[in-house]
Design a protein around this ligand. Structure first.
Ligand code: ADP
Length: 365
C-alpha cells in the first residue's frame, strides 16, 4: 500500500523483503530478499537508497544506528523508533514527559511481577518489551499463580513490562504525520475495536468523542511526535476509560492498521503522507471526505477464494472499497480490509461488517 502511494509521487521504491512471496514483493519491481536482522544484508541493501523507511518496527535498533553512522537517511531515525520497538523504553520516556500511562514496572522475574500485582491489584497486563504484535507477547494475568507465564521462553535482551489493568470503555487511535522540517498534520481520531489483540474494525471519527477530547488526543499525538522527533507517521494507540480520560497503550511509527481507512476515506492517505514526510515534501490534507468512514479487517476464515467472494460484495455495494493483500488465507491472519463511508453511521457500519464478514466466510454477517 505504501508502494501504491509511491507510484503517484513518482518515487522509485526498493524493497528488503523477508521472503519472495510477501505482499510487497508481489508489487515492487526492485526486491532484495534477505534477513532484516543481519547487519551486512541491511547495509548492502541501503547502499544507493536516498532514504530508508519501514512497514514494521522489527529492524534491530543497533543496525539502524549503524546505517545512520554510515550517513544513510533513516526515517524515522532509530532514536525515535526505539519508542515503538521497545515498550519498556516507551513507558519510561512517556511517563517522564507527563503523557498519561498506566502504572507500570519493568519486572526482572516472577517474584517482582507478583509483588507488582499485590500492589496494584489483579489482573495485571504483562508484555514483552520487544517483538510483540497483534496481541502476541501480551498476557492478562488473573493472579499470582500465572506470574511465570511471560518469563517462559523469553528471548535474550527482551524484558517483561507489568502494567496495571486498564478497564477501558473503548480504544482510540490518534494518527499524526511529521516531516523533518517540523510540519505536522493530524488525522481525525478513530475508534478501534480489537478482538484477541487483533484490530478488527475502525470508525472515523470516533463516535461520541467530543471536539474537546478529540483535539486533546490529536494534541497529545502531535506533541509526542515533536518531542520524540518522529519523521513519518506516528500512531498513538489510546485506551479511553469510562470517565472519558485516556491513557497511552503504545506507539507505532509506520503506516498503521488503524489508518487504513484513510486510503479511501481521507483526502490524503496515511501511506502518501508517510512518504511525503520521509521525503520532506509538503504534507497533504488529512481530513475525511465523508462524515463517517468504517474500515473492517478481513481475517483469514472459512472463505479461501477471496477474489470470487468479492463478486458478491461488489455486486451488493457499489461504493464498497476493498484491498486484498495477496496473502495465503490462514486462520486469523490479516489478508485484506474493506472500507465504507457515508452520512449514516449505522448503514456505513452494517455495509463494512457484511463485506468483511462475507470475505471471512460468513454470508450472514
Ligand atoms: P501489540 O503490540 O501486540 O499490539 P498492545 O500493547 O497494543 O500489543 O496490546 C494489545 C491489546 O491488549 C491492546 O489493544 C489492549 O486491548 C490490551 N491492553 C494492552 N495494555 C493494556 C492494559 N494496560 N490494560 C488493559 N488492556 C490492555
Amino acid at each position: 500500500m505504501m508502494h501504491q502511494a509511491a507510484i503517484g509521487l513518482g518515487v522509485r521504491t526498493r524493497l528488503l523483503a523477508e521472503g519472495p512471496d510477501v505482499s510487497a514483493a508481489q508489487v515492487v519491481a526492485d526486491v532484495t530478499v534477505g534477513d532484516y536482522t543481519d547487519p551486512d544484508t541491511v547495509r548492502a541493501f541501503a547502499a544507493g537508497c536516498d532514504v530508508i523507511t519501514f512497514d514494521h518496527e522489527h529492524v534491530p535498533t543497533a543496525i539502524l544506528q549503524q546505517l545512520e553512522a554510515d550517513g544513510v537517511a533513516v526515517r524515522p531515525g532509530p532514536a525515535a523508533l526505539v519508542h515503538a520497538q521497545d515498550k519498556a523504553v516507551m513507558r519510561e520516556r512517556l511517563t517522564a514527559s507527563g503523557a498519561p500511562c498506566p502504572v507500570f514496572e519493568v519486572v526482572p522475574d516472577a517474584d517482582a511481577l507478583r509483588a507488582f500485582g499485590e500492589r496494584t491489584g489483579w489482573p495485571v497486563i504483562a508484555k514483552t518489551s520487544r517483538g510483540g504484535y497483534d496481541g502476541k507477547g501480551v498476557w492478562k494475568l488473573d493472579g499470582p499463580e500465572q506470574a511465570e507465564v511471560p518469563f517462559t521462553g523469553l528471548r535474550e535482551g527482551v524484558q517483561v513490562v507489568a502494567e496495571e489493568f486498564v478497564d477501558f470503555a473503548r480504544e482510540l487511535s490518534a494518527l499524526v504525520v511529521r516531516s523533518p522540517s517540523g510540519q505536522a498534520v493530524a488525522y481525525p481520531v478513530s475508534e478501534t475495536v480489537q478482538r484477541d489483540g487483533v484490530c478488527v474494525e475502525t470508525t472515523t471519527p470516533a463516535p461520541g468523542l467530543s471536539e474537546e477530547q478529540a483535539t486533546a488526543a490529536q494534541h497529545l499525538a502531535l506533541s509526542l511526535a515533536a518531542e520524540l522527533e518522529v519523521v513519518g507517521l506516528l500512531a498513538v494507540e489510546l485506551m479511553q476509560r469510562r470517565d472519558g480520560s485516556v491513557v497511552v497503550n503504545e506507539l507505532a511509527m509506520r503506516p498503521h492498521n488503524t489508518g487504513h481507512w484513510s486510503i479511501d476515506g481521507a483526502h490524503t492517505s496515511q501511506f502518501e503522507n508517510h512518504l511525503r514526510a520521509v521525503l520532506d515534501l509538503p504534507l497533504g490534507d488529512p481530513t475525511a471526505r465523508q462524515p463517517w468512514t468504517v474500515m473492517g479487517n478481513v481475517l483469514g476464515g472459512a472463505e479461501e477464494d477471496l477474489p470470487s467472494a468479492l463478486l458478491h460484495c461488489f455486486a451488493r455495494d457499489r461504493r464498497l472499497r476493498a484491498h486484498l493483500y495477496g496473502k495465503e488465507v490462514k486462520p486469523g491472519r490479516k489478508v485484506g480490509h474493506v472500507t465504507t463511508f457515508g452520512r449514516d453511521l449505522d448503514d456505513v457500519r452494517r455495509r463494512a461488517r457484511h463485506a468483511a464478514g462475507y470475505l471471512m466466510g460468513d454470508p450472514d454477517a
